[in-house]
Write a protein that binds this ligand. Structure first.
Ligand code: SF4
Ligand code: SF4
Length: 362
């Protein structure tokens, strides 16, 4: 366990599947140098096979006894999908737009397909995914070179590229399949939670750019952070597949807002639930039932009394409230290591350490 843990909460009721987060991450970190096929952030349609294909059946993680489970290394062509280009140069000659190759899979391949029958009981929702920066990381445990480490100051899980020899045990060990092999340098690479941004006062790109304003970022032990309030105080956010045993630190407000089902005459079936509860339990565990009740109760409270701390947070009025990065905390750590950190953005510098420093300075 790290000394402190940075975490993210994503509100699945508000994700519109626009992929702005995906593009923000890709253009910043993975559009070159052997990372072209990687999506450190992806948004998949649930239910669906996801990215890489069928990652939930690909093994890894830990069993109830705490033993690391075997897992597979997904195949580039059939499971991730080879990045392809289009014949833009030929369009002027009257050709139609076509990929240069015949792809069989890719990120978001089954977008918006979902399950059920339109219009009676079809359903889907978007599931954005990044590395969970786990407490008990399967990738880290699987690495025979001790090349993966968890930062003490914020729990970010990183790969030491000098130590990594490209054995890929980490990929098999991660049950979320959120660590990737870079064939150009023969090393494993993964989401770094944008730590160079965070240390300079900026939230991760995926969260900062999110159009639906679904992402909250902060330290779990910072009682004023909305992340703490949603996860610990109000208990309305849950990690994905806690049963994989890795202690994930990305949390989700489960979907509560799907419309009811319709009968054969197009009439609403009162009390019906379009997204099957067993699907939500398979993602978030039995606790999801109580979480959904709590979120709905808060919504009702807001509607009848106008007051609800949970709803006010989920409306996400201001980035300044959604992100608390404790800027001075990182500056203190840098100073202890004889380095100097200059923040490029001071809007999100709230946090218990930052307040202390402001007091000392002023
Ligand atoms: S999600 Fe996977 S890659 Fe990320 S820390 Fe957990 S086990 Fe490692
Ligand atoms: S940017 Fe936000 S709303 Fe758009 S897909 Fe990503 S998480 Fe969902």
């Amino acid at each position: 366990m790290a000394k402190r843990q940075l975490a993210m909460v994503m509100d699945l009721n508000k994700c519109i599947g626009c992929q702005t987060c995906t593009v923000a991450c890709k253009t910043q970190w993975t559009n070159r140098n052997g990372r072209e096929y990687m999506y450190w952030n992806n948004v998949e349609t649930y239910p669906g096979k996801g990215y890489p294909k069928d990652w939930r059946e690909a093994g890894g993680g830990f069993n109830a006894a705490g033993d690391l489970q075997p897992g597979i290394i997904p195949n580039l062509e059939s499971d991730y999908g080879v990045p392809w280009d289009y014949n833009f140069d030929e369009l002027a000659d009257g050709k139609t737009l076509e990929p240069h190759m015949d792809p069989t899979w890719g990120p978001n391949w089954d977008e918006d397909e979902g399950a059920g029958n339109f219009p009676s009981d079809n359903y889907f929702f978007y599931l954005p995914r990044i590395c969970n920066h786990c407490d008990n990381a399967g990738c880290l445990s699987a690495c025979p070179r001790d090349a993966i480490f968890k930062r003490d100051q914020d729990g970010v899980v990183l790969v030491d590229l000098d130590r990594c020899q490209g054995y890929r045990y980490c990929i098999a060990g991660c049950p979320y399949k959120k660590i990737y092999f870079n064939p150009k340098i023969s090393k494993s690479e993964k989401c770094i939670l944008c730590f160079p941004r965070i240390e300079k006062g900026l939230p991760p790109s995926c969260a900062h750019q999110c159009v639906g304003r679904i992402r909250f970022v902060g330290f779990l032990d910072d009682e004023e952070s909305q992340v703490h309030k949603l996860v610990k105080k109000h208990k309305v956010a849950l990690p994905l597949n806690k049963n994989y045993g890795t202690g994930p630190n990305i949390y989700y407000i489960p979907p509560t807002e799907a419309p009811p089902k319709f009968d054969a005459n197009g009439k609403v079936i009162e009390g019906s639930q379009r997204v099957p509860m067993e699907e939500l339990v398979s993602l978030f565990g039995e606790e999801v039932k109580d979480v959904i009740k709590r979120v709905k109760a808060e919504k009702e409270k807001k509607a009848t009394t106008g007051e609800s701390e949970v709803m006010d947070m989920l409306i996400a009025y201001q980035h300044q409230d959604m992100f608390r990065l404790d800027g001075a905390y990182y500056e203190q750590i840098a100073a202890e290591n004889g380095k100097k950190l200059a923040p490029v953005d001071t809007r999100y510098r709230s946090g218990k350490h930052t307040k202390l420093q402001y007091k000392a300075v002023h």
